[in-house]
Design a protein around this ligand. Sequence first.
Ligand code: HEC
Length: 246
Amino acid sequence: MHQQYARFHNLSPSQKLICTFVLMTLGMGYMFAMILIWESHAGLDSKPGVSVKDIMIAYRGDAATRLELALRGPMADRIDEGDRAKIIHWIEEGGQEGAYTSTVKPILEERCNFCHNESNPHIPNLTNYDAVKSVAVKSTGVSIGTLVRVSHIHLFGLTFIFTLTGIIFSLTYVKRWMKRILITTPFLAIYLDVGSWWITKVSEPFAYVVIIGGALMGVSFAAQWFISMRHMWLYKPKEDMSSEFF
Ligand code: HEC
């Protein structure tokens, strides 16, 4: 016998309000997540924007040191071209103490020590040679500890997000096959994305899979979001809708 499943017209206005605010809030959260991804990856390869190379560097590491990555990435706007070149030159020359005292120390004192000093335990102290030297060694990419932490946060967090959007999206009037694909895709994308972070650590080409996973997740989120909003508020279901929509 044909089973009638719930659709948006079965919801009360208050229930639709809940769905709407859930979607709005998750949408805003998604935008901040995109900004965060941009902020933490853009320019790692010293070119503007986020590229596959940036992803490879973030996970697998690079010939560059933490100090250099910071100077080219998140701290880039704290320093000018000339001073950056001087510090990077110092790193490449092996980071000797003499050159540190004559060249690097004055730049750091002027531009960085305002924030980077012993009083802030959360960011590297850059007020003495040993401390600066410790961030001037080559990057090995994101650490296993960080990867474990970030993986578990994403697996839990994204499951909640796509459970909520999926339940709401299941109330739309799109065809069954499309609904099933759009509800399944983000979960497969989570496995692809999180799995490939780990694999990128040992095999660089998987940076492409990181991007494909992220893109699939974004596309399915956007599709679920817009179709749900439209069908909730603007769409009038036809009386004689065939069962393939249910
Ligand atoms: C206004 C405060 C501020 C100034 C000025 C500043 N930083 Fe930072 N820096 C931060 C904060 C906050 C973080 C940690 C968050 C982040 O990575 O964005 C950080 C992180 C870093 C890191 C660690 C990145 C990593 O691998 O985790 C390095 C290295 C660094 N900064 C170098 C510098 C250098 C060099 C300068 C001067 C050219 C500088 N910073 C100027 C606030 C500052």
